[in-house]
Design a protein around this ligand. Structure first.
Ligand code: MSP
Length: 518
């Protein structure tokens, strides 16, 4: 392996009881953006996604579909792989929790916790929600509308049904980790982001932790507890361990493990924060393993103002919106529209606005107009610039200085701001182009026209390189039009040391960002 710095990013692994929807595509897209950015920025990246295939919920869904659990998992897991391919996700591995390598990792982690005295056998009596695959305390429950035995039905705080469970169970001594967790939340750089989510999980811990039931005896579809296979591991221990499995655990001497563990970012939705920012670091601390450097919890999408749910029939199918609006357009919209970390609303109109203003008008027109002028008026080749004016220098300096600014946003997962920053330069470049009026210079001062077109093309070269993480196909088309060789598209080719070569012949340009017309 190279001596480059490493970067390991993970998506949650998706439940196979559901077909892929926009929420799944969103989490993985955010990771894809960050992974591609880091690769271009010179890192050795490992980007992991996959499917979460065990547990009572999956067992029930398989039965409802008239399939064995593994047949059912094979089928749905495949849909998630297809989604990844379709969305142009650049994951390096795709893990399934039904794989042998994963069972081995789970059992090794369990044994480690047991050896360290953090696991004991007792009896669990309490509330469990199969839909959430989570245990809830009596004080967390809410009352539903429906009546049961003359009383209002009890529900999980998420609105999911709960059932009373009484069975023998292994417990993890979560209560022993309060102080360590609170110290973990204070670490700098921040281990849980955004700040509001960190406060949420911190106050939960401050409220006191109970030991966690970590095995069940009432179903079979999962990883057996080593030494007592009457017990199946709690599905969240199993699921969370996937991040370690893919990094080679339990082979801690392997190159991959040494290089990539601890992970840099676990990207998750806000609904599964507690599992990732509380249980998971506690399990790892108990096993004497470093937890991931950061958990980032993003927000949720609604559809035209409404909660997305199967029962409302308003689930957004990523395959369908990509068919309608275009892949890079959807990728751009999802990452640009909503401050990353906040909830957001999906609306057709805001999608169309982004496509037509940011992409077709701003970047698309600038590239198409300037490259067409070069093709027509400069003998089809990149012109040579003359002496640079203050306006030329200003826009070049702006684009030369973009990377550190964009990187600073990416480092804190402020994805929308990284795009906003790039588009500020696109907009200023449009202002420059409009003010310089190269079309008017054609007859009055062709040398000056050549300079303006050259400067604009150079801005487009750098923008083309910078937008590869968000719109890989469109960026490639732009860079192809400028005849930039494949090996000159890394971020080390940003800045002024790699200006466009004058004299390079270009082809007749074709628009990369079409307008969306209803
Ligand atoms: N299997 C668990 C994760 C285990 S990770 C060790 C799980 N799977 S899930 O399929 O239900 O959800 C996966 C992700 O999709 C979560 O991060 C969740 O937040 C995200 N989303 C599901 N619906 C969503 C929206 N409507 N909007 C944004 N993201 C949403 O949880």
């Amino acid at each position: 392996m190279s001596g480059k710095q490493s970067f390991y990013i993970t998506t949650p692994i998706y439940y196979v009881n559901d077909i892929p929807h926009i929420g799944h595509a969103y989490t993985t897209l955010a990771c894809d953006y960050l992974a591609r950015f880091k690769r271009l920025d010179g890192y050795d990246v490992m980007f992991l996604t996959g499917t979460d295939e065990h547990g009572q919920k999956v067992e029930k869904s398989a039965a409802a579909a008239g399939k064995t659990p593994i047949e059912f998992c094979d089928q749905v897991s495949q849909r998630f792989r297809e989604l990844a391919k379709f969305m142009n996700f650049s994951n390096d591995d795709f893990i399934r929790t039904t794989e042998e390598r994963h069972k081995r990792a789970c059992q090794a982690l369990w044994k480690r916790l047991e050896e360290n005295g953090h696991i004991y056998l007792d009896k669990y009596a309490g509330w469990y929600s199969v839909r959430d695959e989570a245990f809830y305390g009596e004080n967390e429950l809410i009352e539903g509308e429906a009546q049961k035995n003359g009383e209002r039905e009890k529900l999980a705080p998420t609105g999911a049904p709960v059932e009373w469970v009484e069975e023998e169970s292994y417990f993890f001594k979560l209560s022993a980790f309060e102080e360590k967790l609170l110290a973990f939340y204070e670490e700098i750089p921040p281990t849980v982001m955004p700040q509001s989510r960190k406060n949420e999980v911190k106050s939960f811990v401050e409220g006191g932790l109970r030991d966690l039931s970590v095995s069940r005896t009432s179903f079979k579809w999962g990883v057996p507890v080593p030494g007592n296979d009457k017990h199946i591991m709690y599905v969240w221990i199993d699921a969370l361990t996937n991040y370690m499995t893919a990094a080679g655990f339990p082979d801690e001497d392997s190159e991959i493990y040494k290089k990539f563990w601890p992970a840099d970012i676990h990207m998750v939705g806000k609904d599964i924060l507690r599992f990732h920012a509380l249980y998971w670091p506690a399990f790892l601390m108990g096993a004497g393993i470093d937890p991931a450097k950061r958990v980032f919890a993003h927000g949720w999408w609604t559809n035209e103002g409404q909660k997305i749910s199967k029962s409302l029939g308003n689930v957004i199918d990523p395959f369908q919106i990509v068919e309608e609006f275009g892949l890079d357009q959807v990728r751009y919209f999802l990452m640009r529209e909503v401050p990353f970390g906040n909830d957001g609303d999906f609306s057709r109109q805001s999608m169309i606005n982004r496509i037509n203003s940011d992409l077709a008008n701003d970047l698309g027109n600038l590239a198409q107009r300037s490259l067409s002028m070069i093709f027509k008026n400069c003998d089809g080749a990149m012109p040579s610039p003359g002496a640079l004016s203050d306006a030329d220098n200003a826009i070049l300096a702006q684009v030369d200085g973009l990377l550190p600014e964009v990187r600073a946003h990416v480092d804190v997962q402020s994805i929308h701001k990284s795009l906003e920053t790039i588009w500020k330069t696109v907009s200023d470049a449009n202002g420059y182009f409009a003010l310089q009026e190269p079309w008017a210079l054609k007859n009055t001062d062709p040398d000056r026209m050549a300079t303006v077109l050259y400067v604009t093309a150079e801005v487009i070269r750098q923008i083309g390189i910078l937008i590869q993480p968000i719109m890989p196909d469109s960026a490639a088309k732009l860079l192809d039009q400028l005849k930039i060789p494949e090996d000159e598209r890394g971020f080390d080719h940003l800045c002024g040391d790699h200006r466009l070569a004058s004299g390079t012949a270009i082809d007749k340009p074709e628009g990369v960002f079409p307008r969306f017309v209803e």
